[in-house]
Design a protein around this ligand. Structure first.
Ligand code: ACO
Ligand code: ZN
Length: 281
């Protein structure tokens, strides 16, 4: 695979205009040479084409016909949709998406070769169109059982629960495939925080529902989480106890209290019935 490592590169762009939003860039992203000394990159919110000036972006928008991501809509529930896009068939779109996500990720290698990946793009539809909120990529064939390569919530939509929805969707796909999965390592700090929150909440939900009468293997089967991710998560919430020569799972009161508090937050859960998808071969 052709790839470049970004370790020593310095952040070039400071600001990113995406449609009507303006956000700060976090890290270097290898946009073409003419952007090397630019302060701002202007992105089309539908096709993620990039421009050096607002005028150029406006001119593009007059002609850009893309109203939703260029793939199959495989999920719709209320205003929330997911589109599946094949990196081999939509190279330009997927490369543009990778360039955007690199602005907010420092440790990932950016793959120009998008062929081996599928991209799952999440949108929210309103009167003005289908707005991309975030996405994740997934290797078509993962030898390490990774079910997610790279995940991004666009900064203007972060901390609103969408990352959780993206993660939940990645596991829904694994369930449909009858596989267990885990995100590609290493995780970023924000990635780890989001996964930890999702894993523990999901496991606590199962444990409460089954009144603790459930094994690690059964939990893995129900959630598509790896047993390793389950064990780490249970350890992190201090739920693994050693009792009379045996490991048992046991939730303390504060963990359960926090869980019920979290349930009160407004969330967009994934409805498995709304997924119209067969694993690709
Ligand atoms: N500070 C503290 N906790 C956080 C933060 C934060 N900034 N962000 C997320 N969390 C935790 C919280 O527990 C949060 O739940 P809460 O809001 O109920 O407390 C939980 O994660 C889920 O948060 P979401 O709002 O669902 O997540 P968000 O939409 O912000 O997306 C994501 C998370 C995708 C990691 C986002 O921060 C992002 O795009 N970051 C930049 C790119 C990146 O680092 N991606 C992960 C790389 S690893 C990989 O790709 C395999
Ligand atoms: Zn466009």
């Amino acid at each position: 695979t052709q790839s470049i490592s970004e370790v020593s590169r310095v952040k070039n762009l400071n600001r990113v205009v995406i449609g009507k939003h303006e956000v700060e860039a976090w890290y270097f992203s290898p946009y073409p040479a003419e952007f090397a000394h630019a302060d701002t990159v202007y992105l089309c919110e539908f096709c993620f084409s990039y421009f050096i000036s607002h005028r150029q972006l406006e001119r593009h928008c007059l002609h850009c016909t893309l109203q939703h991501p260029p793939g199959n809509e495989i999920y719709r529930q209320d205003d929330l949709s997911f589109f599946e896009i094949d990196g081999r068939k939509q190279k330009v779109y997927c490369r543009n998406l990778c360039l955007v996500s690199k602005l907010f990720l420092d440790h990932k290698t950016l793959y120009y070769d998008v062929d081996p990946f599928l991209f799952y793009v999440m949108t929210v539809t309103d009167d003005h169109g289908c707005h991309v909120i975030g996405y994740f990529s997934k290797e078509k064939e993962s030898l390490d059982n990774y079910n997610l390569a790279c995940i991004l919530t666009l900064p203007q939509y972060q901390r609103m629960g969408f990352g959780r929805t993206l993660i939940a969707f990645s596991y829904e796909l694994s369930k449909a495939e009858g596989k267990i999965g885990s995100p590609e390592k290493p995780l970023s700090d924000l990635g780890l925080l989001s996964y930890r929150a999702y894993w523990s909440e999901t496991l606590i939900d199962k444990l409460v529902r089954f009144k603790g009468e459930v094994s690690i293997d059964e939990l893995s089967h129900m959630t598509s989480f790896t047993t390793q991710d389950i064990l780490h998560t249970l350890q992190s919430i201090d739920a693994l106890k050693y009792y009379r020569g045996q490991h048992i799972i046991c939730l303390n009161d504060s963990v359960i209290e926090n869980y019920y508090k979290a349930l009160k937050k407004k969330r967009r859960n994934i409805n498995p019935q709304a997924l119209q998808w067969k694993p690709p071969h």
